[in-house]
Design a protein around this ligand. Structure first.
Ligand SMILES: *[C@@H]1O[C@H](CO)[C@@H](O)[C@H](O)[C@H]1NC(C)=O
Ligand SMILES: *[C@@H]1O[C@H](CO)[C@@H](O)[C@H](O)[C@H]1NC(C)=O
Length: 348
């Protein structure tokens, strides 16, 4: 079983072709008869698929919905769905399996590793309807539950106490402030900023198509100049807010005419956004706008995945710049490593 794709790049007047052969496409029976996929684009190649990650893909036994990277400690967390399987898998950044758990995890959707060298932790949004669902939960690195936001097992629209319905994803700042998008097609279409002690600092909570309204806000991240970016999937756009005031700053829709974005993260140098489109099976690298006007989006490079791979959410290692993509259909997480010095890591 092999996956093959060919990409081409036009740099400064020359043409470069690279070939990636992936023979470890293990997970899904739907993909077993996959035809050869060839994408031929005149674009820069910025990443290479790391065929050596993880060392043993047999650990992927469910639909892999999300991935989190704890850069300070070199850990990669993956959450998968399915019956009678471990829900959370922990790997080292070089691909060795470390441990797994499933206790108190129902139906994981999004994740974020908010770690320091002293305290390793991972947050999970849970969209299950069982007794642990409709929550945003913090675990330590060994699966002990340390914090629950929301009313476990009960969906809701409340703000005091805070309730969720299909919370999609979250992003935690170094200050401890938390940004949550809620959610993935449930009762709510909200972006909420919480302080480190879980008080609501500001929120946008309306369903709709106008500015600061959402239809399936699916992924949230921050850039290096204090802006909050939301993948407003159902509205086929990205929306941008001031992180301090919550003020609406603009939106991008010209890159998303076919399908809305499902995942968004910035490269460590802040120069690019990496965006996933689930059903198109596409990863796009877009130019991050400078401070000020958001303007329109512009795609620098794309990675076209085979049909049915379904890249859902992704995370970028803030030290190495490696991009980890959770692929629901392919039932695996793949790692893409930045080539040369196109994408600089922080302090690198
Ligand atoms: C939890 O994972 C173990 C394997 O690690 C599995 O045997 C068990 O059935 C799982 N439990 C649930 C509720 O999925
Ligand atoms: C939100 O609005 C969209 C259309 O703008 C609609 O399709 C969707 O059902 C609405 N969702 C909720 C939860 O009201």
């Amino acid at each position: 079983m092999a996956r093959l794709w060919v990409c081409a790049a036009a740099g400064a007047g020359f043409f470069l072709a690279s070939l990636v052969l992936h023979s470890r496409f293990s997970g899904s029976p739907v993909l077993r008869n996959l035809a050869l996929q060839i994408s031929w684009k005149r674009e820069k190649i910025l990443y290479r698929l790391d065929l050596d990650w993880p060392k043993y893909s047999e650990y992927f036994t469910g639909a892999t919905f999300c991935v989190a990277v704890d850069s300070p400690n070199g850990l990669v967390y993956i959450a998968q769905r399915g019956d009678n399987i471990p829900k959370v898998l922990v790997f080292s950044e070089d691909g060795y399996f470390l441990r797994a758990w499933n206790y108190t995890v129902d139906t994981p959707h999004g994740m974020f590793a908010a770690s320091t060298l002293q305290q390793q932790s991972v947050w999970i949004t849970d969209v299950g309807s069982g007794s642990f669902g409709h929550t945003v939960k913090k675990y330590n690195s060994f699966g002990d539950l340390v914090q629950v936001l929301g009313t476990p097992g009960k969906k809701g629209t409340g703000l005091n106490p805070l309730q969720f319905d299909n919370p999609a994803e979250l992003y935690v700042e170094e200050t401890g402030d938390i940004y949550i998008v809620d959610g993935d097609g449930g009762l709510n279409n909200r972006l909420i900023k919480l302080s480190q002690d879980f008080m609501i600092l500001w929120l946008h909570g309306e369903n709709g198509t106008g500015p600061a309204k959402f239809n399936i806000p699916h992924s949230v991240t921050l850039d290096s100049v204090g802006r909050v970016w939301v993948a407003d999937r159902g509205n086929k756009r990205m929306q941008v807010f001031d992180k301090v005031t919550g003020e609406w700053l603009g939106a991008w829709s010209n890159c998303f005419t076919q399908e809305g974005p499902s995942a968004i993260r910035f490269t460590p140098d802040g120069k690019y956004l990496v965006v996933a489109q689930l059903n198109l099976g596409r990863l796009s690298v877009m130019a991050a706008p400078p401070v000020g006007n958001i303007g329109d989006c512009s795609v620098i490079s794309t990675i076209q995945l085979p049909d049915q791979v379904q890249p859902h959410l992704l995370e970028i290692d803030s030290k190495t710049g490696a991009v980890y993509v959770a692929e629901i259909g392919a039932k695996q997480v793949q790692k893409y490593v930045p080539l040369n010095n196109h994408i600089h890591a922080l302090g690198g």
